[in-house]
Design a protein around this ligand. Structure first.
Ligand code: PRP
Length: 188
């Protein structure tokens, strides 16, 4: 375990087992639809890479870059759509994949953009973590790996100021950031 991690909430083995379950369910649901798997940069990349390798239906892979956290541990409340796929998504089935659903602003903005502007015909959503907090907007994910309480977690795509995305597990850090109260934990 990384020395700055206080507690592991979901081990690498448990995450991979759950992803295999999700991949099986998604493959069954989207079979024959030629779906576009849309990974949200940056945090959603890790889940996407593992998820698509558990899916046995044909998929296309694309990326969107969306950002809501201005850095640190608290959402800025603004969602910036930085880069969207150039591919024509009109009439397509799109599965949006992200690491965590928190206030819901990110997923809501992406789903709205896909439906209203890019004219995708069927938009599904998959997140590894569903934070059990009141949403700022009305959105839920179709496929959820695990539910977590209101705490700041890192690993498996989730970062603190760009660190920890490569941890193969989900954990809680030592320090003030661990409680989600803002500020950066002491590192090292
Ligand atoms: C994080 C996370 C989700 C979003 C969830 O992304 O990856 O996309 O916040 O929060 P919300 O439900 O409150 O919108 P972030 O904007 O930090 O960018 P990143 O993926 O590059 O870390």
């Amino acid at each position: 375990m990384h020395e700055e991690v206080k507690e592991v909430l979901f081990t690498a083995d448990r995450i991979q087992a759950r992803i295999r379950e999700l991949g099986g369910a998604i493959s069954r649901d989207l079979s024959g639809r030629d779906p576009v798997i849309l990974a949200l940069l940056k945090g959603g990349v890790v889940l996407t890479a593992d998820l698509i390798r558990t899916m046995d239906c044909p998929v296309h892979l694309d990326f969107a870059w969306v950002s809501s956290y201005g850095g640190g541990t608290v959402s800025s409340g603004r969602v910036e759509l930085k880069v969207f796929p150039k591919e024509d998504l009109s009439g397509r089935t799109v599965l949006v994949v992200d690491d965590i659903l928190d206030t819901g602003r990110t997923l809501r903005a992406v789903v709205d953009e896909l439906r209203e502007t890019l004219k995708a015909s069927d938009v599904r959503t998959c997140v590894l973590l569903d934070k059990e907090v009141p949403r700022a907007v009305d959105v839920e994910a179709d496929y959820v790996g695990f539910r977590v309480g209101d705490q700041f977690v890192v690993g498996y795509g989730l970062d603190l100021d760009g660190h920890y995305r490569n941890l193969p597990y989900i954990g809680v850090l030592h320090g003030p950031g661990a409680g989600g109260a803002g500020g950066r934990p002491e590192l090292g």
